[in-house]
Write a protein that binds this ligand. Structure first.
Ligand code: ADP
Length: 371
């Protein structure tokens, strides 16, 4: 039996909003309704001051939708139009240079920094697939390869050649897989020695941010170089980073490095959205069996211990590497596969945190996604 939006809306219209006395649909309380294959998702919008007191209303809406014949699952979430929270991830701010001092990038609603404590943990792979997954959720996404020591976005996105310019001053990003991309790798030859240091690094990054016609973006995903050096600091000091996503593998040593990354962002007052565990469970390419080669859950434990959110886990999967090398990221190559599902779930966690961080002025109506 096919479930229609109309049927769900009709069921929801039987629920009365106690504040206005009207039904919740008329009162504009329901937003982001998604109906897919019998799965229903929507948000119940409340004033933050009402908060948890509105939980019974949410539950009533959920039950009403569940009552529609053919509905398999309902996910109803309470969303409060909160202002930017006091702190992200539970750390305290209190040093001199807060986010307000950073100039906004015109047309760019949010900036996500993807970082890691050390190289080789899959940070670039995560940045690229996260960008594609956010784009698949309907956001206008840019990808900035700020890994100026080892730019890998051109290869991972299957891009080559040089970016165009319209006015001889600003560069146009190159597009691949629905994402606007810019990389220092487009501007230098592949065998140019990367001996950029200090001020040169800073000017390169500033150029990538300011001298590119990004256009209107919901989110600019930045692939930072590994570690906690100049670029990360510049980024944190000069760019209004909405949140940082720290990539880590399950191995302890990498987790120790992830902690370094967390601490660095906290020192420079960049909100940390949380940690992603990459190369988590191994999915056997032959039989699909899952096994935990490197152990599993270390990143979740670290997140708990350091009072940041755990954003999700990406399996270790051979096709991820193969597709990366082909310039066709897994999210594009295998749109329904298990790894893509993991990236989409990560994108949803990140998108939710972006909306929360932007607050009511900067945000769009919530998009509710049915998993
Ligand atoms: P970093 O940016 O942290 O240096 P990369 O994204 O370049 O790391 O990834 C390092 C290597 O690991 C690459 O060969 C990449 O294809 C591979 N890789 C990354 N994530 C995964 C994954 N989830 N499963 C399998 N291989 C992965």
């Amino acid at each position: 039996m096919t479930v229609t939006r109309e049927a769900v809306l009709a069921a929801l219209a039987t629920v009365v909003d106690p504040r206005s006395g009207r039904d919740v649909v008329q009162a504009g309380v329901i937003s982001g309704l998604v109906v897919r294959d019998g799965h229903v998702g929507f948000a119940v919008e409340v004033d933050p001051r009402e908060g948890a007191a509105m939980e019974p209303l949410r539950a009533r809406c959920e039950r009403a939708a569940e009552g529609v014949p053919g509905v398999l699952s309902v996910s109803a979430v309470l969303t409060a139009h909160t202002a930017r929270p006091e702190h992200q991830g539970g750390h305290d701010h209190g040093h001199g240079h807060g986010a307000q001092a950073k100039p906004a990038l015109p047309g760019i609603r949010s900036v996500i920094a993807v970082a890691s404590g050390k190289g080789g943990v899959g940070k670039s792979t995560t940045a690229v697939n996260l960008a594609l997954a956010l784009a698949r959720r309907g956001l206008a996404v840019g990808l900035l390869d700020a890994d100026i020591y080892g730019p890998s976005v051109p290869r991972l996105m299957g891009l080559s050649g040089k970016p165009d310019t319209r006015d001889g001053k600003k560069l146009l990003p190159m597009r691949a897989h629905g994402v606007a991309c810019m990389s220092i790798g487009f501007l230098i030859e592949e065998d140019t020695p990367m001996i950029w240091r200090g001020p040169m690094v800073i000017s390169a990054l500033t150029q990538l941010l300011n001298e590119v016609e990004w256009g209107a973006l919901d989110v600019l995903v930045c692939d930072l170089p590994p570690g906690t050096g100049d670029v990360q600091l510049t980024m944190a000091q000069r760019v209004p980073v909405t949140g940082a996503v720290i990539v880590s593998t399950p191995q302890d040593i990498a987790l120790i490095d992830a902690r370094k990354g967390l601490n660095m962002f906290r020192r420079v007052e960049v909100p940390v959205f949380g940690i992603v565990e990459n190369m988590s469970t191994f999915i056997c390419p032959h039989c699909g069996e899952r096994s935990d080669i490197f152990g599993h859950g270390g990143a979740r434990d670290t997140a708990l211990k350091y009072d940041v959110d755990f954003l999700g886990e990406i399996p270790l999967s051979l096709p991820v590497r193969i597709q990366s090398d082909l310039g066709m990221p897994i999210v594009a190559a295998d749109p329904d596969g298990p790894v893509t599902q993991a990236y989409l779930a990560l994108a949803d966690s990140v998108a939710t945190r972006i909306e929360t961080a932007l607050g009511p002025q900067g945000r769009r109506p919530p998009r509710i996604v049915v998993r």
